[in-house]
Every structure is written in C-alpha cells, then in structure tokens.
Design a protein around this ligand. Sequence first.
Ligand code: ADP
Length: 864
Amino acid sequence: MMAQYTPMIQQYLSIKAAHQDAFLFFRLGDFYEMFFDDAIAASQILEITLTSRDGGSQDRIPMCGVPYHSSAGYIKTLVENGHKVAICEQVEDPKQAVGVVKREVIQIITPGTVIDDHLLQDRENNYLVSIEKEKESYAYILCDLSTGELKGYTYSGNDLSFIQLLLSHGIKEIVGNKELSDSWSSIVSQTGQASISIQEENELEDQFCHLVKTITHPALIRAAGRLFCYLTHTQKRSFQHIKMVEFQQNDKRMKLDAFSKRNLELTESIRAKGKKGSLLWLLDATMTAMGARKLKQWVEEPLFVKETIEKRLQLVENLIGEFFIREELKVQLKSVYDMERLIAKISYGNASPRDLVQLKRSLLSVPLLKDKIKDIPGIYAAELHAKMNDHKALADFLDSAIHDEAPINIKDGGLIKSGYHEKLDEYKDASSNGKAWIASLERQEKEASGIKSLKIGFNKIFGYYIEVTKSNLSQVPERYERKQTLANAERYVTPELKEKERIILEAEEKISGLEYTLFLEVREHVKKYIPGLQELASAISELDVIQSFAVISEHYRYVRPTISEDGKVNIIGGRHPVVEKVMDAQEYVPNDICLNHERSMLLITGPNMAGKSTYMRQLALTSVMMQIGCFVPAESAELPMFDQIFTRIGAADDLVGGQSTFMVEMLETNFALTSATENSLILLDEIGRGTSTYDGMALAQSIIEFIHEKISAKTLFSTHYHELTVLEKSLPSLKNVFVSAVEENGSLVFLHKVIDGQADKSFGIQVAELAELPTEVISRAKTILQTYENHEKREALPIQEVSASIEEEIEESQLSLFIDKSENLRKKDPKELDIIKEIKALNVLEMTPLDAINALYKLQKKVK
Ligand code: ADP
C-alpha cells in the first residue's frame, strides 16, 4: 500500500505515524501542509480551503496548508481548541538533498507547553499538570513552562473532586499514564477546559534530578519524571529556566476545594464566569503581569503559616503609611516587563532583540525600586531588597550590545550597536563610506556631464546605477556602460561605481551575518544569568502584590487583622468587599461577626434577599484576605487562621456536568462533613433546599447536629426552615441570628442588619411581590399561606414526627398545589409506583455521574 505513494508522502506517513495525536504541520517550501484526515479536520477548524494532490496512489490525497510566515495564528486556533501541533521542518538544505529532503519534528506545541506571547494570557499562568496516582491519593506537579515554575502537591480524595480541584487551578493540559487518560478523558473533555495527554514513562532523568532534590515523596518524584519525559518528548530541547520544584505542603496552606473556591468567587464570578466580580478582581491593582499572576496564585492558596502572614501584613501596613514611596514604586514597576516570560524565551533560544531590550529596560528600573524599598522597615522589605540584584553588569552589557530600536526579527539587521564589535564597525564604516562616496558621485557626475536630471539609484537585482532620461542621452559620457533600458531612461554603471558597489554589498552581507552571530552570542551569554534573574523577577512580583494590597486596603479603608490563637472571631463592622465595591459604599450595612467556643455555630434566618449569603461570604472572604496577607474590610477584626473553608452557597451549576443541583449540594456537604476540623470554617447556605421540604429539613437538622457534636468547626448555617431555630435550646454552641427586614406600608424593606435572635417571618411572598409576579399569583399565594399557617402546629416537634403528621393533613386539605406530583401518582399507576421505589432505592451518593446517567436512562425507558 505504502509503496504506491510518492517518497515524500511516504516520509509524511512515517512521521505522522509517530505523532498520531497531533496535527502534523509538514514543511514544504513556504508552507506547512497537512494531508489526509489532518487536512480534512484542520480545514474545518481553521476555515481554510481543502484541496488535494496527487500522491502516487489511485485517489488524490486531501491536502490543506498554511503559509509559514502566518502560521502562528493557525497554530493558536488549534491549540486553543485543545489540539496539539507537531512542527515538522526540513532539516537539510534542499539544494544539497539527495532524494526527498530530510524532515523532522522539531517541536510539538500543546495547550500546556506554549510559551509564545500570542498564545498566552499575560496575567495568567499557563499550567500543565503531571499526575501520579497511588491507590487513593495523588501526587502532582503543576508546571508553567512559560515562567519556569514547578509546584508539587499531594492530594487524597476521589477522582471527581480531584479533577474539580485541578480545573480550578486553570489547568490547560493533564499528563498521565494511559489508565488515567482512559478513566478521565470523558469527564475532562466535557468541561472543555483542558486536554489529556498520555505519557507512560515516569523515570526521572539524571539531568533533572537537581530540580527535585528538595523532594522526598516517591510519587512526587515519579510525577516529576513523567513531566520531564513529556516536556523532552514534546519540546525537544533543554530547559534552563525551569526552577526547582516548590513542594506545597498541605499543612502550610489553607485548603480550599474546588467547590469552595468557586462558591466564594475567589478568582472568577459564578454568573459571568469572568474575573470581574471576583475577589481577585477587587484586589488587583498590580502594575506588572508577573504581579498579577502571583496575586492569583496567592488568592488561590491562602497561607496557614502565621509568620508569613504577619510578614506580609506588616509590609502592607508600612506601605500604606508611605504614600509617596508607593506612588514611585508604581511608576518603576510599570516599566518592568514580563521578565519571567522573557527568561523562558531566552532559555528556549526564542528571545528576539526586542525582548533583550525589554530585559535591559526592566533591569534599569531595579536600582530605583531598591532605592524606594530600602528605607521601608520590616524583615520582608529587607528580604525583597536583598533578592533584588540589579545585575548591573548584564544591563550594561545589553546596553552596549543591542540597539534600542532593534527589530523583532533577528535576520533584519540593525541589531547591534556601534562600538560593540570592532570588525562589525569596520564593515559598517566601509558600507557607510561607500554610500557617502556614491552620494557625492551623483554631484560629480552631474557637473562633469552637465546632465541636471542625472540620478544615482539602487535596486536589488541590478545594484547601483546612474540613470539618465531619454532626452539627455546625447550627453552621456563614453565611460558609462549601459546596464538596463527603461521606457524613459537608460541606466549605466562605471567601473568605479561597480567597485564601490562590491565593497558595500560585501560589507553589508558581512554585517548581517556578523550581527546575527553576535546576537546569538549575546543571547547565549544572558542564559548564564537565568537563576539570578528569576529570583529578581520573583521578588519584584511579590513587591507588586504587596503594593497592590496596600493601595486597595487604603482605598477601601481596610484594617490590619489580628490573628487569634483561641479560635475566636470578633469582627466589628465587617463588610463584604466585593458587594461593597459594586454598590455605593455608603449604602453597605456593616455587620459584626462574633464566634467563639460557646458560640461556634450561627443559624441564620431572614427573608430571601436580606443578606444571609452576603454575611456568610463576608466572613470567608475576610479570612482569605487575611491569610493571603491583605488587610480586611472591617472596623476591627480578630480571627483565627482557618485550616480549611468549606462552602455550600447559592445555586451552583456543576463544573464537571452531569449532576443535579441537589447532588452537588450533597457532594459539597459531604466534603465538609468528612474533612473539616475544629479549625475549619463551614458555610452552609440553605442546605436541603433542593429536595422536598421535610426531607430537606431533616437533613439540615442532622447536619447541624453532626457538625455541633463531632466537628466543632466554626459554622454559619443559613436556612429558611424557621423550625430549626428551636435547636438553639438543645445545642449549647448554636446561636440564632437573623437578618432583619421590616414591612413598611405593606412592602418589604431590607435592613441587612444581622441581629441575635430569630426572624419571625420568612417574607417569601413579599419578595415575590418585589419581583413583580402577577398580582393574581401573589394574592392566591397569600390565601394558600393562610390556610397552611392554620394547619401548622406552632410548636416545632422533632422533625420526623412533624413531617409525618403534616403530610397527612396536607393530603386531606385542598393544598394539592404543594404536594409533590409523584405523591399523587402513587395512587394511580402501579408501573410508576415501581419506578418510584426504584428511585428511592438508588444510593445516589455512591454513584458516579455515569452510573447516574445509566440509571436515569433505564428509568426513562420503563416509562416510555
Ligand atoms: P440572601 O442570602 O438572604 O437571599 P443575599 O446575601 O444574596 O441575600 O443578598 C441579597 C442582596 O442584598 C445582595 O446582592 C446585596 O445587594 C444586598 N445586601 C446584602 N447584604 C447587604 C449589606 N450588608 N448591606 C447592603 N446591602 C446588602
């Protein structure tokens, strides 16, 4: 079969066989061509014309191509769609090739390994994760190749929660063995956020050992092994910019599962799915892309180490007091480019002359930055100051070598400054002397020949020439040799002109060759500075984050929190920072939050829209802000470091898909109940809402009891089940609070003030009225409510009994509107009754999403 194809297509097929999972960009002259299925798929994704060519076989071969010089945009589209692109270049000079030109894949560009600016978001990391599974736990390494960062983690928990957690890091590509890929690929592909790549080998090569020398965890070392095998396989080069793995110890960070991160809208708002409206959005007054990325990392991983938090808080405080220093810092930071990514490009050998100029300019800002922070007291400022080596020798060297206006392309010339290299200067002199000589020649020849319109010109094909218009041909001296005839003019050369031309062209060729070589040498030289430059970049990014905290804290009147040792929370005049920002600050009603050993749980009641969730999130965001080292929105705040925050807030649409809201609610609750400690914070908002009333209420009560008895974590529990407020009598550490609202002239006014005690009314119908539901519906609801209230026993009973007795009453009453339809069906159709039994028997919490879909499918088939 293969033999039928032309040798080039055979070469294509053998290379493609080794790169099945990538689009093979096969270099043919000025184009990257794709053939067969790649061509068909790529023509659709890239919206380019599908053609065909004769490849020796009977049928023509589908083909499409993109020009080499504009390939970047096409590669970007493919990679952004989660595909890989294998770049296959000609690796020998076509003129010297015998037979088909030799070609090799020189790099595989994948979503998690891109380093080109136009493929990256400058204020976000581009992560690839390499995973090693060990029974019930995982070791994984996050790698951002564009900045050289490596972070190692361990995790124990089920697959689903782990995938959620990874995706919450904003991972672009997951690298694991085939088994992992098989079991994860359908879930991961549903999210559309990341792609999975298979890498079987996980042996750590010697050349990378130094990068993991701080790690002892064997699975983590294997994860690193897998990562480096994958990077070597796809990038086919060495990496000098990859930093030592930082092991992120679980007990040094506040743990936040994916649900909580999302619910608290730390880096992304739930509704808009963008940064706007998130805590990150609020806190981001960073001046550099590096600072913006660092801030995001900090927000995603608050600390659990008191000294580091205090260190950051202290510097924020010191900077708040120094308005002028801060303003000058901002100016200097603004002139620092994205050094981390410049360094990656230098390591890759991709840095352009302009990149080196940017590096130099960044370095030139360092002495000024240092000068500003040297007077700021505190250990952190001193540490940052010490890490900021301005690399003066390197800055001077770059300044002496590279032209400030150097072009992006290294083949365009004009890269190297005069005075840097003697030989280069000689060639430049020869060239410019020659040019000056030619310029004076025009004047001389005009005078000698008397032809006023005589011109000297240059073109790439004929070189230098003397041009005389047709009307003056009679005056042309004999020593001119004719070179070219145009419609209106003749062009000539003279022996001296030819000689000068030879000198100039020779010099120019030498100049561009030499500039190119010198530039490569300069770039190579910069590689030696990589580790130092990385340390500098990291210090600058930290300084940028801290100045951002200071700016925001001052602007919004945040205060320095005190870390309490006994678990006590005492926040006076606390605010929700994001809600406050989006509304007029005057309108925000501050609230106190007081929790301690005798008051560890608050049961929050109050009408919908009163501010229950806002109050709960306020506490969580305040803790996160403190634990990343920022001031907090309050008049005064004392709170402990929380080891973990768990949330179940608001209607969460599921990240991984395939789960009902109630199921997500239960999964999130399960997380909290199984992992929380007494040092954790649990926020549960309207638990049980997703199921029928009595079911929900029963669950809510048993969850409260469990947390109270078994965990003792600080807990805020909001509920619309007023019946639960009786628990205050039996659970000593539980206290009722409510968010107040008043009815004025028949309409509802929210006061947003949280007060000890319980709300006497739920005001649901008034809220519906505010939402302008049809008056008919509202007045009908009022009537129904009255009937309902007449039936209700005022004293709440233990929940099991309440539900039984009320159910009976409801069945007899006319309140059929409130009765779950399935209850009616029970009397009618035995087939459907069976189905209800089956549904009841399902153990939903033990099911995977796939099991659930299958079960649903079976059930539906029975009904159809
Ligand atoms: P609930 O959880 O009780 O239904 P939310 O916490 O979602 O209510 O709050 C509803 C709205 O009320 C918020 O979007 C916000 O605009 C406003 N709000 C909440 N708390 C306050 C407050 N303390 N001060 C001013 N407005 C508030």
